[in-house]
Design a protein around this ligand. Structure first.
Ligand code: NAD
Length: 503
């Protein structure tokens, strides 16, 4: 039944460091359990300091050749990676689901996102262009040129075990960088499988080691990346606690960071909205991935005129959500990632009650194998409840009444995080205000589109405590390159800028 594990080269015992070949000699064995039934899937030998050094020195060695390879040629190699991913899409999607618990269509969507990202990066490889400026001096040319950065550290979260890596890795690769990936310890097998496919292609072209991997705990292997001066850029996706640690450690050594941290995303439904559309968007946003997306809808801001009726319909829709095995095609919501996530959710429910929130649907732990299944929860919340300010990584939705568009925007913006936001309305004025500089303060602001499920063409990321990083499309590639301003004098004179006369 689990042929896909063999297809992806996953064995009972695996080795969690790679430069094309798989090894790890020093770390402890990590047991990888499935949230579906709590069963052991496989073991991974984690990387220790010497394993890390092997991956790093191989990366540095291959960088010297990789950066000399023309960008469109690097793009061609990424194109072949996209083709290889297409071949393994079904197997990889099943592994994502088995290891992390999201339903299979979402697992497939995640692998598709990797493929899309690779395709996008292929195009980018011919467009990594700088600007030409007008020089104030005669016979001078001033240009901006983008060079590869070197080694990029990629730290990823459990909830998008491969897509987030792809946002970084394919762009970094066409930019001429090499990388070390430290995946979440919840999802090392998916990382192993992807690294194997990528290195199959890289090795054919003599570039094994461009995409290195180290599996290990954040506090040991992760910290090693943060403090390593050979890594000019760390791209880190995860919780705010982790992000703060990354920001401080990298800043201490003047390293650059791309931080993709927690969200607390609001969806506003105005009195004139298409309520059927809004209902579907809320359901996918709040219940999809069992509320474990950084862009999950956590706050539902309902105009007072439609609030009661809309909540009634939402409660009915929640009642139809089929919870169960995420590999079963009838399931809409799978388990949480582990029992500790379930405990966090149960603690949050206790706090909600203490702070005066009214649970109007769900919120219970379900007694099923593995212990990771919960009911999604809707809370009638007061806007000043302190817990509403926090991201609880679980399917808890706070419904809050708002009076008008100004009130909606103030409540939407009144949290520390700034990732995704959305408004449902037919009013041109409401939509424009929400997306204007006076509107949402988030990195993502949608109209009649939910908070979750971004396309890769645009830049993805958020403001405030979400960290300010941008990944995927638009000009996000610039973060993976080193900008150089060049002034070239082809005259016989040596004029100084600002007309300075010296000596
Ligand atoms: P987490 O912070 O527990 O772990 C994320 C990664 O950081 C893991 O690989 C972990 O091992 C590593 N890590 C932890 N401590 C570290 C340290 N001291 N040094 C280096 N690495 C360290 O997060 P999680 O539970 O895996 O993921 C959920 C969180 O991720 C949520 O807050 C979610 O919003 C956020 N997230 C954000 C985005 C985004 O794009 N903004 C996308 C996905 C997830």
């Amino acid at each position: 039944m689990r042929d896909f594990l063999a297809e992806l080269g996953i064995e009972e015992k695996n080795f969690g460091a790679s430069t094309g070949d798989f090894f790890a000699t020093e770390g402890e064995w990590l047991d990888v359990f499935s949230p579906i039934d709590g069963e052991l899937i496989a073991k991974v030998k984690q990387a220790g300091p010497a394993d890390y050094e092997r991956v790093m020195s191989k990366g540095i060695e291959v960088f010297a050749r990789w950066r000399m390879t023309p960008a469109p040629r690097r793009g061609e190699i990424v194109r072949q990676m996209a083709m290889a991913l297409r071949e393994k899409k079904t197997a990889l999607a099943k592994l994502v689901t088995l290891e992390m618990g999201k339903i299979l269509p979402e697992g497939e969507g995640e692998v598709q996102e990797m493929i899309d990202m690779a395709d996008l990066a292929v195009g980018m490889s011919r467009q990594l262009c700088g600007q030409v400026f007008q020089s104030e001096r005669p016979k001078h040319r001033m240009v901006e040129v983008w060079h590869p950065l070197g080694m990029v550290g990629i730290i990823s979260a459990f909830n998008f075990p491969v897509a987030v890596w792809a946002w970084n890795a394919f762009v970094a690769a066409v930019c001429g960088d090499v990388m070390i990936w430290k995946p979440s310890s919840q999802t090392p097998l998916t990382a192993l499988a992807v690294t194997r496919i990528m290195n199959g292609i890289l090795a054919k072209h003599g570039f094994a080691g461009v995409m290195g991997l180290v599996v290990g705990p954040g506090r040991a292997i992760g910290e090693r990346l943060l403090n390593d001066r050979r890594i000019p850029l760390i791209s880190a996706t995860g919780s705010n606690t982790m992000g703060e640690r990354v920001a401080v450690a990298a800043a201490k050594r003047y390293g650059n960071t791309i931080l993709e941290l927690g969200g607390n995303n609001a969806l506003v439904v105005m009195e004139d909205a298409d309520l059927d559309m809004a209902l579907r968007a809320v359901l996918f946003g709040a219940v999809g991935t069992a509320g474990q997306r950084c862009t999950s809808t956590r706050r539902l801001l309902l105009h007072k005129d439609i609030a009661q009726g809309f909540l009634g319909r939402l409660v009915k829709a929640y009642g139809q959500v089929r919870i169960g095995d995420p590999l079963d095609t009838n399931t809409v919501m799978g388990p949480l990632v582990n029992t500790s996530a379930v405990n966090d959710m149960m603690n949050a429910i206790d706090t909600i009650k203490k702070q005066g929130g009214e649970i109007i649907y769900g919120g219970a732990k379900l007694n099923r194998a593995g212990g990771c299944y919960v009911e999604p929860c809707i809370v009638k919340a007061k806007r000043d409840m302190p817990i509403v300010q926090d991201e609880t990584f679980a399917p808890i939705l706070y419904a809050i009444e708002i009076d008008n568009i100004d009130d909606a925007i103030a409540v939407q913006n009144g949290v520390p995080q700034g990732l995704s936001s959305s408004i449902f309305t037919r009013s041109f004025k409401y939509a424009e205000q929400f997306t204007s500089h006076m509107g949402s303060d988030c990195g993502i602001a949608n109209v009649n589109v939910g908070t979750s499920g971004a396309e890769i063409g645009g830049a993805f990321g958020g403001e405030k405590d979400t960290g300010g990083g941008r990944e995927a499309g638009s000009d996000s590639w610039k973060a993976y390159m080193r900008r150089q301003t060049q002034t070239i004098n082809w005259s016989d004179e040596m004029p100084l800028a600002q007309g300075i006369s010296f000596g």
